[in-house]
Design a protein around this ligand. Structure first.
Ligand SMILES: [Zn+2]
Length: 224
């Protein structure tokens, strides 16, 4: 059933030249919004040529869209406990190449916040997986709502997307909000010595569609 989507409007748009940590250079048009339902400061980065969107393997004439949940430790400091940093890096380049939008959602720790994410890490260090740790802290496994993402897309005039994601819940929620997901592309698997158990839990518990293909290695990899 479609939900009624409250209207958001573009508040500001400004060009921001990007130079990522490895020297990759691009130019983003950054949008802020009024009317987002949770009142948080989510951003959209428009990248590449939006007049000629051609996501390879995606649906022609649709922008490539990534919903990225903020991860301070991974995005900014390169934490290897998760794969957020490499996923963000990959998304920026793929979207810039094909034309589309990176939605940067202020949903630290799958919605539980930064401090509680660190507490969840401490629980993972004594044996819980990333989802069990959230439950132990009194949260649901994943508290993220993508209503604000649908609001931002509508404010930008985008009703049909090729979605860059391994997470089936993102496509499901967007569709419920009236966004047509014409195709879904997987991100790469960014396996490191420290994030194997995290990725295995995402595949097992979150029904993420990536194939680790290395599960024997993954389970044998120590957390640290
Ligand atoms: Zn992360």
């Amino acid at each position: 059933m479609l939900m009624r989507l409250p209207t958001a409007t573009i508040r500001t748009q400004v060009s921001v030249p990007l130079r990522l940590a490895d020297g990759y250079v691009s130019e983003a048009r950054v949008f802020s919004f009024d009317g987002l339902v949770d009142g948080l400061e989510h951003l959209t980065f428009a990248l590449g040529d939006l007049a000629a969107c051609r996501p390879p393997g995606g649906h022609p004439q649709t922008p490539l869209v990534r919903l990225h949940s903020e991860c301070l430790t991974g995005d900014v400091f390169g934490s290897q406990r998760c794969d957020c940093g490499p996923q963000l890096r990959e998304a920026v380049e793929r979207i810039a190449d094909s034309g589309g939008f990176l939605l940067y959602l202020r949903q630290e720790g799958r919605g539980i916040g930064l401090y509680e994410k660190l507490e969840a890490y401490a629980l993972q260090d004594v044996g819980l997986d990333t989802y069990e740790a959230n439950l132990a802290l009194g949260h649901r496994e994943d508290e993220r709502s993508y209503v604000v993402a649908a609001q931002m897309l509508r404010a930008l005039g985008v009703s049909r997307v090729t979605l860059l994601s391994n997470n089936p819940d993102k496509a499901r929620q967007l569709r419920r909000c009236g966004v047509s997901v014409a195709a879904q592309l997987s991100t790469g698997v960014h396996l490191s010595a420290a994030n194997g158990r995290y990725l295995a839990a995402k595949a097992r518990r979150g029904a993420h569609t990536f194939d680790l293909g290395l599960s024997a290695t993954v389970h044998a990899t120590p957390e640290h």
